[in-house]
Design a protein. Structure first.
Length: 344
């Protein structure tokens, strides 16, 4: 009997000691915060799949970050040369659309108050900010489930951050709707910590003169490309498929403008709003244009969001949604739901 008691005591002690070796959520959080936030800079490559539309869309994401507040994010749709870039430098926040030759300048503190799943520093802040964050430990990874901290947080309130145990770096982030369904997935292909870029490398490039031959060739290609793009634009109208209860399309009209048609839609009911769409114009030069609002990454485009409007450009079109009855999150919902319909 005495031998059994001694044996049980030894087993109990071993179990207690074994339990002491298991890291707590706070231990892991501290290590992550130190590793991700104390680095002087980083580069990363990721793929992002967005499932909020009728069909999933996949994007390639490249990020540079140099402390304290320099960022360069380039987002390109897979299988498509269309891209947009967000740059934060000492002059402000810029959104660049190379295909249109357009640059918008924001007076914004992005990304401080608008966490992005592909920015590892903001992920660390998400974990720290959510006192109710839950950590699950698996054989090769830690998984943190936290609240999101961006303009989509009502629609996509939670995220799961998968962290490799060996490297203590994220390998995947999934963002979920209120029902827990995965709507955005970000997979990190490469993260290189300690990489710094010079201030000059975050400079936004302006007009660059071309040689006469290059200019002629580019103008000819642009004319052909513009003609094809315009033909496609004229055959499509985009409608919001967001289901805002008590709100329906009450009026739609088209106005001929110089480069195509401007379509104006009025939605009436409990949540009234207006949608305006027209072919996006190419500027005469690439000088930045100041724009009101904060940059919001819709996935397929970066939009300018204010208290009462949202504006963005995608697929050769410019879109504007305005309302004094919709919240910012509802404006984003409408923008995310815009779907092209072939004209009959």
């Amino acid at each position: 009997m005495r031998k059994k008691i001694i044996l049980l005591t030894v087993i109990a002690v071993m179990l207690v000691l074994g339990g002491c070796g298991k890291p707590s959520k706070e231990d892991v959080m501290k290590k992550l915060s130190n590793k991700w936030n104390e680095t002087k800079g980083y580069e990363l490559n990721a793929s992002m799949e967005i499932k909020t539309g009728s069909e999933p869309r996949v994007y390639n994401v490249e990020v540079w970050h140099t402390k304290p507040e320099f960022y360069k994010v380039n987002v390109t749709q897979s299988g498509n040369e269309e891209s947009q870039m967000i740059v934060r430098n000492e002059e402000g926040v810029f959104v660049i659309t190379p295909s249109l030759g357009k640059t918008y300048k924001f007076q914004s503190d992005w990304p401080a108050q608008n966490s992005q799943g592909y920015l590892i520093g903001t992920l660390a802040e998400d974990i720290k900010a959510d006192k109710a964050a839950v950590m699950e430990e698996k054989e090769k990874e830690y998984i943190f489930e936290t609240a999101t901290r961006n303009n989509h947080k009502s629609l996509l309130p939670t995220q799961k951050i998968h962290i490799d145990k060996k490297t203590l770096l994220p390998n995947k982030v999934t963002i979920h709707d209120e029902a827990g369904e995965e709507k955005i997935s970000i997979k990190f292909d490469k993260i290189a910590l300690g990489v710094e870029h010079k201030v000059a490398e975050y400079k936004v490039e302006m007009d660059k003169p071309k040689a006469d031959g290059d200019k002629a060739d580019s103008e000819e290609e642009a004319t052909e490309g513009d003609g094809e793009a315009q033909a496609k634009v004229n055959q499509q109208t985009y409608y919001p498929v967001a289901n805002l209860q008590g709100t329906t399309l009450s009026e739609e009209k088209s106005v001929e403008i110089e480069n195509g048609q401007r379509v104006i839609m009025t939605f009436s009911g409990d949540k009234e709003y207006v949608v305006i769409q027209e072919p996006a114009e190419k500027p005469l030069n690439e000088m930045p244009v100041s724009i009101e609002g904060d940059p919001v990454d819709l996935g397929f485009a970066v939009a300018a969001l204010t208290d009462q409007s949202i504006h963005w450009e995608a697929n050769g079109m410019a879109f504007f949604v305005a309302s004094d009855m919709l919240s910012k999150e509802e404006l984003i919902t409408v923008a995310n739901s815009m779907t092209a319909t072939e004209s009959k």
